[in-house]
Ligand binder design. Structure first.
Ligand code: S3P
Length: 428
């Protein structure tokens, strides 16, 4: 089905976005491993997080839905999972397959993980190699670098792992396996990636030490179920932040969004482009900072996005290319090769779609150069079945002359059910 977007005069109002995808995954995984119930408020009922629930259900975990977005996970302790009877399907979710691979490496049974055609192209060696080093037996296509993956778990050895990539999925997979190792496991990463796993492990009582880019976890500690509130997802809020920043005269407030410093690169990037953004009502829930984000529309200028900032806004680069197209001057994005191994190659999918709307973009091996000051025209675009590409193009459509049509919009459900309704509510 198509998503159709017209030019907007301005965005105005107050909204809440659905719960954070990364934190929702971790809440159900770690809640399953804890002793007793964990009630999760504002859980993201998106396709990716539902895939994680289905995998855990297949291993004997019970979930009860309390109301719209509140669920209870009935944790069975670290050793409470059962061998799944069938193949576990992660759908489109990279977080599910990588975190599950880490978790399953420590289980005394066989499991097989697969996913959709995008998942079966994404690199898995980054998790299977260190997990094999810890003693798990993992096989899969191309020497266990591509799904489907078959994992025979068992007792694990702790390792000191130096990750070649700043990836929270890799770090989290090793930390989950580390819970099942006999002593302390260490993970070092080149730049700090999102640290939701570390925060939730600490909240539920694990023995974990974090010092800048080094995390140490002790094996065999037990976790206790506790109430969790999932903050609004800053990666979902980003679409509306950019929309309000690029449409002059807009004023938008997004309430109770997660503002963990490992995720606020979008605020820093838009700030460096001259956007007017303030944070109010700061609070902390289950070790995660939250706040209300207020954005006012106005002129933007080009910027450079690189280095340690990249992992802090990796999922927001598609929508930042839209901001860059409408800013004055050039925007350079570098050190972002990871974009090539997301749900799609987001350097080429974003460049292809924005070009259809009249934007000049040069693709580089580790990023792109976006020529600002574009006059956007509505076009027939494609989501490439990538949720963030679909929503980014929808945001671009708000500033384009004529209608923008986005083919294959269903993928938006992966992370942001209700996106279109919210957009319609705000736009005049
Ligand atoms: C995620 C980590 C990031 C991010 C993804 C979610 C997570 O991926 O892009 O959307 O929840 O751990 P990488 O770990 O591959 O960087």
């Amino acid at each position: 089905m198509d998503l159709r977007v017209g030019k907007s005069k301005k965005l105005e109002g107050q909204i809440k976005v659905p719960g954070d995808k990364s934190i929702s995954h971790r809440a159900v995984i770690l809640g399953s491993l804890a002793k007793g119930p964990t009630k999760i408020k504002n859980f993201l009922m998106g396709a990716d997080c539902l895939s994680t629930i289905e995998c855990l259900r297949a291993m004997g975990i019970e979930f009860n839905q309390v109301d719209g977005s509140a669920i209870i996970v009935n944790g069975r302790g670290l050793r409470g999972l059962r061998e799944p009877e069938d193949i576990l399907n992660v759908g489109n979710s990279g977080t599910t397959i990588r975190l599950m691979t880490g978790l399953l490496a420590g289980q005394p049974f066989l499991s097989i993980l697969t996913g959709d055609s995008s998942i079966r192209k994404r690199p898995m060696g980054r998790v299977t190699e260190p997990l094999k080093e810890m003693g798990a037996s993992i096989s899969g296509r191309q020497n266990a670098t591509l799904a489907p993956l078959a994992i025979q778990g068992g007792p694990l050895r702790p390792i000191k792992f130096v990750s070649p990539v700043a990836s929270a999925q890799v770090k989290s997979a090793i930390l989950l396996a580390g819970l099942y190792a006999k002593a302390q496991t260490t993970v070092w990463e080149p730049h700090k990636s999102r640290d939701h796993t570390e925060r939730m492990l600490a909240y539920l009582g694990a023995e974990i030490e974090v010092r800048d880019r080094v995390v140490k976890i002790s094996g065999s500690t037990s976790l206790e179920g506790k109430p969790v509130e999932v903050p609004g997802d800053i990666s979902s809020a980003a679409f509306f932040m950019v929309a309000a920043a690029i449409v002059p005269g807009s004023q938008l407030r997004i309430n109770r969004v997660g503002i963990n410093p490992t995720r606020t690169g979008i605020i820093d990037a838009l700030g460096s482009m001259g956007a007017d953004i303030t944070i109010i009502n700061e609070d902390v829930v289950n070790e995660e900072p939250v706040g209300d984000i207020v954005v006012r529309g106005g002129g933007l200028r080009g910027t450079v996005l690189e280095g340690a900032l990249i992992p802090r806004l990796i999922d927001e680069i598609p929508v930042l290319t839209v901001a860059a197209a409408l800013a004055q001057g050039e925007t350079i994005i570098r050190d972002a090769t990871e974009l090539k191994v997301k749900e799609t190659n987001r350097i080429s999918t974003m460049a292809a779609e924005l070009r259809k709307m009249g934007v000049e973009i040069k693709e580089q091996s580790d990023g792109m150069v976006v020529n600002g000051g574009a006059v956007l025209k509505g076009a027939f675009c494609d989501s490439h079945d990538d949720h963030r590409v679909a929503m980014s193009i929808a945001v671009a459509g708000l500033m384009a002359e004529g209608e923008t049509v986005i083919k294959n919009r269903e993928c938006i459900n992966v992370s942001f059910p209700g996106f279109e309704k919210l957009l319609k509510k705000l736009v005049t």
